[in-house]
Unconditional design. Structure first.
Lengths: 228, 793
């Protein structure tokens, strides 16, 4: 299994997703707005260099904690997510620093474009992680394993503090250039870490989206119609 | 013989991986290898010995991660582990009986530097200092700064090594397959910076195996004059059950390396996955191959944190960041309104400038501090190389230290005092230097006089090891309104300097027309003539379309614009489309321009309005109603966020026109009240806060923006100092809402009458009530409504 993947993925910003992050509710989009969205996507895609690293570990799941490799994580939500998994993948991905640079630049001279870049970046990292996940899935399927939905530090009771451990295990800073702030936030900001459980039982590879696990039901970005 | 004496004269061999070997001996994932310098010395010693036996000349001490950040909480100090690491390597060399060198191995700190990360340049520098000092004291022979992916961090490490040791410095970096560092820097940029800092050798390590690295080398050989070092991995890493493995075996590794050695390299060894067997095969295969031939590439370059600009064809230096003769700019400096300066930078970049001059000197401000702020800020928003323009050597050094690249310095002149001040700085930090051909006796009024000074400057620079390629001679433009000969003198000197002395040239072009009407006509003609006489870089106003047109036309004519591509790209569409927004129709009303988010039209329309109406009428009759209309649309969800902000930007342009109008009349705009806003401690998500700021400003509030990750004490202190009625706080993460609560509590205790409004993704009304906020704003317009109500009362 490849350890560190660089720029072999297409990483395209999905327009619908970009609009969703912008809080779009069907408003009229004039040609000027349209051009701004296109330009932001083109500039970001051209300047970004997505990178990811993932590693697979054995995993044990208990009631209120899980053990991934040698890492012990106390989290009921994660334990529920990984129920029945004997293996798990730790994944980290980023689209790189260009998005943050562009956001800073446009916050000086073009606030509207800044928000569009922000949303486009969010859409890009999601679509990139989807692509990486697809590769993980392909490899898993060859071994008769199925993927659980990815679950990230900060979701539910999966504390952000575990970012530190994940970063050490995956050598995030050295391999793909993501670092943690003192508050365990990732820089570059358009980055994702996640745990993906691997299960041998297809019926357990439920496709429930993570939004439905989140307690903030009035969230602007919540995806509709997928609550379990 | 010392390492430095042998470097470049014979092919030298670095050793291979340490981490890989330690993992085989039981180092756990996540465990710090440097701790074994204290706990399991015999293992480290044995590995070094194996590499020495393989024939390696340079042993990388086990000090890669021995820095204050990584050692935090381990119970060890980086100094002690560094010292032990060097001592073990030296012991291994002594026991082997071979002549070999100990490299103090310095890796990345594992933290991102500003502007992206939290670590300041100075903090990074300070973190490297104890490592360098301990390494030299323990007897290291060289300093190897390796596996680097950020030029700014490299600069911090190199400066620490240069200022605190006398060790030779080798820097190797990790480029991705696009040939870029993680920061986006290309090879030319990295090379410009490193050659400027005068390291002894540079190269590549880690990331890839020898086959991929080999592809990078031709480009690297083309741009650097320094010895090249190559320490590849044993192929790409693969992971088996959480363990990293490498698949290229010793023979395969050695074979590719042999090819590389034949193509030209100064020193080679291995990184992750390579073993004594790899190195033994490598040394065996490459023994006797001559090192690469070194030659001065003679490239005149400056660089930013992403790319280098070479003076191989004429370049534009934007002159607009300079307060001289600009009252609005001076006011911005006094008010510390850096955004104004950043806008000037971005506008010039948009218009095609290649390098930006930065002059922020005013008698009444602290130029050193201002220079620091502006350079740091500018390299966060523009990737153009900067020209540090100051007559204060302290400000120049402060800027050069912080600059992430090889800057252009403006300027030195033929006065001994000037050369004594500037050349040592250039020799230390690197940079191209603008040299004014004047001296103690003033500006010579003949070409010969200026040439003489140019020659004197070249000779003096050489004493510092500064080559002609790094000088940019300014033969000084004097206005023709005071002397008809002036243009000829300047141009004759310029021609001689460029073509006889072989030194690049620059001019402040527009001085030529000082005191004449319709200056642009003279400026463009002079610019074109100067270019044809050998002007390498014109310091001009890129916002002048006529000047840029003269430049592009010249480049098309003299063949430096290949197939006229740039000219065509720039002008093929402009003929059809005049630059104004609505050519046929009546100019837009201010109200409509704002509603439609048309910034330029809003600015023009406001100017037109101000001819017949007073500023207050324009604000209350046009700008505010337009903002209200868009704001209401946003709340009713007929307008979405970027549209709201397009209107906000357009309104801001309208307000700028009013500000300029008032300033011209000596008045000042009135503020509705002052509001302090901040993103709370621990949180770095400030986009929402920035949006609120723009909108509040549009509605006439004075906003004190404390930025992100702001301590509760600072919020309270600022609120107290300005006696504000309202504080706005934002937080995006559940974890940082706790800090929001702390801030509110402190505010309520110290300033009970002050109201607090809060916003951010994880907040809800319930949550806001719970932490004691006075108002929860679910979106940007909510905060406007609340502020308006509060300040009307």
């Amino acid at each position: 299994m490849p350890d560190s993947r660089k720029a072999r993925f297409s990483m395209r910003a999905d327009r619908k997703e970009t609009l969703r992050y912008l809080g779009y509710r069907g408003q009229e989009i004039d040609s000027k707005m349209e051009r701004m969205i296109e330009e932001a996507a083109a500039e970001l895609e051209q300047q970004s260099s997505p990178k990811s690293v993932y590693r697979e570990y054995s995993c044990q799941v208990f009631e209120d904690r899980v053990r991934i490799g040698e890492l012990e994580i106390e989290s009921r939500n994660l334990a529920r997510n990984l129920k029945g998994c004997s293996r798990a993948v730790l994944l980290a991905a980023t689209i790189g620093r260009a998005a943050d640079f562009m956001i800073r630049k446009y916050s000086v001279c073009n606030m509207a474009k800044m928000t569009v870049v922000q949303a486009t970046g969010a859409a890009c990292i999601e679509s990139y992680v989807d692509e990486v996940q697809e590769e993980i899935q392909k490899n898993a399927r060859k071994r008769g394993l199925y993927l659980r939905p990815r679950f990230s530090p900060g979701y539910g009771d999966f504390a952000l503090e575990y970012q530190k451990d994940i970063f050490q295990m995956l050598e995030c800073s050295k391999r793909i250039g993501i670092t943690l702030t003192e508050g365990n936030l990732m820089m570059p900001s358009k980055s994702v870490t996640a745990v993906i459980g691997l299960t041998g039982r297809e019926q357990e590879s439920c496709q429930m989206k993570n939004c439905s696990l989140c307690a903030k039901t009035d969230c602007e970005f919540r995806q509709e119609g997928e609550d379990s | 013989m010392s390492f430095k004496e042998r470097l470049g004269k014979e092919l030298l061999f670095f050793d291979g991986a340490m981490g890989t070997m330690l993992q085989e001996r039981g180092l756990k994932s996540g465990e710090l290898p440097e701790i074994w310098n204290a706990a399991r010395q015999e293992v480290i010693l044995d590995i070094h010995k194996q590499y020495l036996q393989a024939g390696c000349d340079i042993i990388k001490a086990n000090t890669f991660g021995a820095n204050p950040f990584k050692m935090e909480g381990t119970g060890y100090t980086c100094e002690a582990l560094t010292k032990q690491g060097i001592e073990i390597a030296k012991r291994a060399i002594a026991q082997s009986g071979r002549q070999a060198y100990t490299a103090l191995d310095i890796g990345s700190l594992g933290k991102l530097l500003e502007p992206l990360g939290e670590l300041s340049f100075e903090e990074a520098y300070q973190a490297f200092v104890p490592v360098c000092v301990a390494g030299e004291e323990a007897g290291a022979d060289l300093c190897l700064i390796e596996t680097m992916n950020d030029t700014y961090e490299i600069k911090a490490a190199v400066l620490a090594a240069k200022e605190h040791t006398s060790l030779p410095i080798v820097v190797t970096m990790v480029f991705d397959e696009g040939g870029k560092l993680l920061t986006g820097a290309d090879m030319e940029a990295a090379v410009a910076l490193l050659e400027g800092l005068r390291v002894d050798a540079l190269g590549l390590n880690c990331g890839f195996g020898p086959d991929v690295m080999r592809e990078f080398l031709p480009r690297l050989r083309e741009v650097t004059s320094l010895p090249l070092v190559l320490n590849p991995n044993a192929g790409l890493p693969v992971v088996v059950d959480g363990r990293t493995c490498f698949q290229v075996g010793p023979q395969e590794f050695a074979e590719v390396m042999k090819e590389i050695a034949r193509e030209g390299i100064s020193a080679m060894g291995g990184c992750c996955g390579t073993t004594p067997a790899h190195l033994s095969a490598l040394v065996e295969a490459c023994k006797g191959i001559a090192p690469m031939e070194l030659s001065d590439k003679n490239r005149s370059v400056v660089s930013s944190y992403t790319h280098a600009v070479e003076l191989d064809r004429p370049k534009i230096i934007g002159e607009r960041i300079n307060p001289t003769g600009k009252s609005r700019f001076k006011q911005a400096l006094r008010d510390h309104d850096l955004e104004y300066i950043y806008k000037e930078a971005l506008a010039q970049q948009d218009r095609g400038a290649h390098i930006l001059d930065v002059n922020v000197g005013l008698p009444e401000i602290d130029e050193v501090e201002m220079m620091r702020s502006v350079i740091t800020g500018l390299q966060g928003i523009t990737d153009l190389p900067l020209q540090i323009d100051t007559s204060d050597p302290a400000a120049m050094e402060a800027a050069m230290r912080l600059y992430n690249g090889k800057p252009l310095l403006n300027s030195v002149n033929g006065k001994q005092e000037s050369m004594d001040a500037v050349f040592p700085l250039a020799a230390k930090y690197g940079g191209m230097i603008v040299c004014l051909t004047l001296d103690e006796h003033g500006i010579p009024d003949s070409a010969e006089g200026r040439i003489e000074i140019a020659e004197k400057i070249i000779a003096e620079a050489a004493k510092y090891g500064i080559k002609k390629k790094d000088l940019l001679m300014d033969t000084l433009t004097m206005t023709i309104s005071t002397g008809q000969e002036n243009a000829r003198i300047t141009l004759d000197a310029l021609h001689y300097v460029r073509h006889v002395l072989g030194v690049h040239t620059t001019l402040g072009v527009s001085n030529i027309s000082f005191g004449l009407p319709q200056r642009e006509r003279v400026n463009t003609a002079f610019f074109t003539i100067a270019l044809s006489q050998g002007l390498s870089a014109g310091i001009i106003n890129p916002n002048s379309e006529a000047m840029m047109a003269a430049y592009r036309a010249y480049c098309a004519l003299n063949g430096s614009d290949s197939q006229c591509q740039e000219y065509i790209a720039h002008y093929s569409k402009q003929g059809e489309q005049p630059r104004s927004v609505s050519p046929k129709d009546e100019p837009l009303r201010l109200f409509d321009a704002v509603v439609h988010g048309l910034t330029e039209s809003a600015y023009q329309a406001a100017k037109t309005e101000l001819e017949t109406r007073n500023p207050l009428e324009v604000i209350d009759g046009e700008l505010i109603p337009a903002l209200d209309k868009v704001g209401q649309g946003f709340e009713k969800k007929t307008v979405f966020l970027p549209q709201l902000l397009m209107s906000a930007d357009a309104a801001k342009a309208g307000f700028d026109a009013i500000k300029e109008h008032l300033q011209a009349k000596g008045g000042a705009s009135e503020s509705k009240g002052t509001i302090v806003i901040a993103t709370v401690k621990g949180d770095i998500h400030d986009i929402g806060k920035n949006i609120v700021k723009v909108l509040l400003e549009n509605y006439g509030f004075q906003v004190i923006d404390l930025g992100k990750d702001v301590a509760p004490e600072l919020v309270v202190e600022t609120a107290k100092e300005h006696q504000v009625k309202l504080v706005g706080l934002s937080a995006l993460m559940t974890t940082t809402v706790a800090n929001m609560e702390t801030t509110i509590k402190l505010l309520k205790k110290e300033l009970p009458q002050c109201k607090v409004m809060v916003g951010g993704a994880v907040l809800t009304q319930t949550y806001a009530d719970m932490i004691g906020a006075d108002f929860y704003s679910k979106d940007a317009m909510g905060s406007i409504r609340y502020a308006n109500e509060l300040f009307q009362a």
